[in-house]
Design a protein around this ligand. Structure first.
Ligand SMILES: Cc1ncc(C[n+]2csc(CCOP(=O)(O)OP(=O)(O)O)c2C)c(N)n1
Ligand SMILES: [Mg+2]
Length: 693
């Protein structure tokens, strides 16, 4: 099945001369390694490792790595700026394997180019517990893997965020930030809806250092792509403001020429690489049967013969490994030059760059900003919506924490995420700190992951809480990866009123709380909002959601606490001096209702305390004794939240009383809705009386 051209042994120098007419791009283009082995041999090393590892694991996806081996070989041996000795080099090109099922492609590349942690032993342990070679690439497991991929489309949108981060940091720090973001994306990546949002945003922002290599193999799991798709991808990308071309993805000269051309692009670049899935496999190449299962002994034997690869499983001849290692050394000089440029930077600027890339907060500035906010709220309390309280906090936090990049999915005025001084990021000026993501929640959340992964940026965004569903796959990955991204999600209950049940979140808090490693904050007033912002910023290894109200709320915290009282996740906000018969636990807008209910109960001689629970996760992480003290020993426990009960039993127990929602809400003024659903001080007091019997 191999064409004679593809069988032909291309020497690296032959490729170099075939593209010599293209002007090398100053700092990026590095001379091809003086190689003794052929391109085909280098690519076949990837193919062989992929089929052998999948075979040994008895599971995995050999087709994609075998199909994209030529593209990856040209990229990694001639274009990608990277240093296996320093996987965290801030100015490395980012390589994103969006088609994460092809994980053996990147594992083979990491091994061959010389990442110390990727040994042949790890390749042999593909997909085994505790290996560096999990089923899909996980950036927190494997050095050299930039992001965790597998859910199709995410990697592509992550890459858009990385490319935005690069442009922004270059605008702030100059030429110590100057790298590309390369993506390998499959048919599935481009079919997912998120890809449309991502490519539209990338095209709009003219992210000219973003290059997508599309594995244009016309095959997905069900069979030929023609079963389900007839999009002209070139036209689609061009319509979004990209430059797009199609090449033979098995022709190294064509691949090199397309990548060379991409170096000087003035907009994002799509290179559709026509490939054969499972390239080399005698009966399965070009078929979906090569996609996601071991090829089998006979097929592998046939593939070895067709590819001219006579070596034993997992064996790559020394000269081929040596040439791959040379490819891994290619950027050493560029790396050294970069280190010199960094060292030559003004000391303060260098320290600032290093601080940001490490993800350390400007501790003093942040503490000063927090104090300023708390003093202002103490001096003149604000009975405002928590979305406005968030804006008030941001006015102090954004200048203090310059790595914060805000945004909104077209709800800027409703989410209150843009402070007065913030300029918008645009294609013409990336120095701004606010992103108009457009109505693209999913790509927004995923691009934020990419920014956080890039480093140097703490992204925060805005949309309505009900649309957290549109962000959820990306939020889940942020939690899995442990990324500091902060989602401001306003209009957090029936308290938004007239927009009605389509916009009133009911199950969303519970659904978000179900995601491990995600902090879901629901502050009760302006002071709690500031404290929750601080906690979200300080949560270096996890994402946060701030659920904020549309409606105004009274300021309940009227004492200046310099400590962050929300840090324990829950605390008694009101209560009698002595023991209580009733404990009322509430979050956000329902805390003031709970406080009123306690007052009603006090009038009837019943002692009730109120516990504000701004963050379930932080509360449930407290030591047993702390948790027990906050929960207390009142006879009746009541939970109040304008949302479903799910999750609340962890606090009130299965015998606790819950005042909240069981249905979707309705379109009406919010005060009337609270009345009709019984989420009122009277309702809570009545529930307490009933509980007391
Ligand atoms: C969001 C999402 N849906 C479904 C899947 C399961 N899945 C993995 S690969 C794939 C499609 C395979 O086609 P393609 O992307 O073209 O990859 P190829 O077979 O060409 O390697 C699917 C549906 C997934 N990983 N992510
Ligand atoms: Mg495909």
């Amino acid at each position: 099945m191999l064409s004679s051209r593809n069988k032909q042994a291309f020497s690296m120098s032959a490729i170099a001369s075939s593209t010599a007419a293209v002007a090398p791009n100053q700092r990026h283009a590095q001379a091809p390694v003086a190689a003794s082995v052929t391109h085909v041999e280098m690519a076949n090393a990837i193919r062989a490792l992929a089929m052998d590892a999948v075979e040994q694991a008895k599971s995995g996806h050999p087709g994609m790595p075998m199909g994209m081996a030529d593209v990856a070989t040209v990229l990694f041996s001639r274009f990608l700026k990277f240093d296996p000795a320093d996987p965290a080099w801030p100015d490395r090109d980012r390589f994103v394997l969006s088609a994460g099922h092809g994980s053996m492609l990147i594992y083979a590349l990491l091994y061959l180019t010389g990442y110390a942690s990727m040994t042949l032993e790890e390749i042999k342990r593909f997909r085994q517990f505790g290996s560096k070679t999990p089923g899909h690439p996980e950036n927190f497991i494997t050095p050299g893997v930039e992001t965790t991929t597998g859910p199709l489309g995410q990697g592509l949108a992550n890459a858009v965020g990385m490319a935005i981060a690069e442009r922004h940091l270059a605008a702030v720090f100059g030429d110590i930030v100057d790298h590309k973001t390369y993506v390998i994306a499959s048919d599935g990546d481009l079919m997912e809806g998120i890809s449309q949002e991502a490519i539209a945003l990338a095209g709009h922002l003219k992210l000219n250092k973003l290059v997508v290599l599309f594995d244009d193999n016309g095959i997905s799991i069900d069979g030929a792509l023609s079963l389900s798709d007839s999009v002209d991808q070139l036209k689609r990308f061009e319509a979004a403001g990209w430059t797009a071309s199609r090449i033979d993805g098995h022709d190294p000269a064509a691949i090199a020429a397309a990548l060379e051309k991409a170096q000087g692009a003035d907009r994002p670049v799509l290179i559709a690489c026509k490939t054969t899935i499972g390239y080399g496999a005698p009966t399965k190449a070009g078929k979906s049967s090569a996609h996601g299962s071991p090829l089998g002994g006979d097929e592998i034997k046939g593939a070895r013969a067709a590819l001219g690869w006579s070596h034993a499983p997992f064996q790559v001849p020394d000269d081929i490994v040596a040439d791959w290692r040379n490819a891994g050394e290619r950027s050493k000089a560029v790396h050294a030059e970069w280190s010199k440029r960094l060292a030559a930077l003004d000391g303060a600027q260098r320290a600032e760059f290093e601080r940001r890339m490490k993800g350390d907060l400007p501790t003093h500035a942040l503490a000063d900003a927090m104090l300023k906010v708390k003093q202002a709220l103490d001096a003149s309390p604000k009975d405002i919506a928590t979305r406005s309280a968030s804006e008030f906090a941001l006015e102090a936090l954004v200048p203090a924490v310059p790595e914060m990049i805000g945004g909104s999915a077209d709800l800027t005025g409703s989410n209150n995420t843009r402070t007065k001084s913030m300029k918008a990021i645009s294609a013409a000026d990336f120095a701004g700190r606010f992103i108009h993501y457009g109505i693209r929640e999913h790509a927004m959340a995923s691009a934020m992951n990419g920014m956080a992964l890039h480093g140097g940026i703490i992204p925060y965004s805005g949309t309505f809480l009900v649309f957290s569903d549109y962000c959820r796959p990306a939020i889940r990955l942020a939690a899995l990866m442990g990324l500091r991204v902060i989602h401001v999600m306003t209009h957090d209950s029936i308290g938004l009123g007239e927009d009605g049940p389509t916009h009133q979140p009911v199950e969303h808090l519970a659904a978000l709380r179900a995601i491990p490693n995600l902090l879901v904050f629901r502050p009760a007033d302006a002071v709690e909002t500031a404290e929750c912002w601080q906690l979200a910023l300080e949560a270096k290894d996890r994402p946060s959601v701030l659920a904020l109200t549309r409606q105004n709320l009274p300021q309940l915290r009227n004492r200046l606490d310099t400590d962050n009282i929300c840090a324990a996740g829950a605390y008694e906000i009101a209560g009698p001096d002595g023991p209580s018969e009733v404990s009322i636990f509430a979050t956000g807008s329902e805390v003031s209702i709970a406080v009123e209910a306690a007052q009603l109960l006090a009038q009837r001689g019943i002692a009730a305390r109120v516990v504000s629970v701004p963050c379930f996760e932080l509360f449930l992480e407290q030591p047993d004794l702390v948790r027990a003290a906050i929960i207390g020993d009142a006879r009746v426990r009541i939970g109040v939240e304008a949302a479903v009960r799910q999750g609340w039993d962890a606090i009130i127990g299965s015998d606790g009383v819950f005042v909240g929602m069981t249905d979707f809400g309705a379109s009406a003024p919010y005060k009337e809705l609270y009345q009709r659903y019984g989420i009122t001080a009277e309702g809570v007091a009545a529930a307490a009386l009933k509980g007391l019997g």
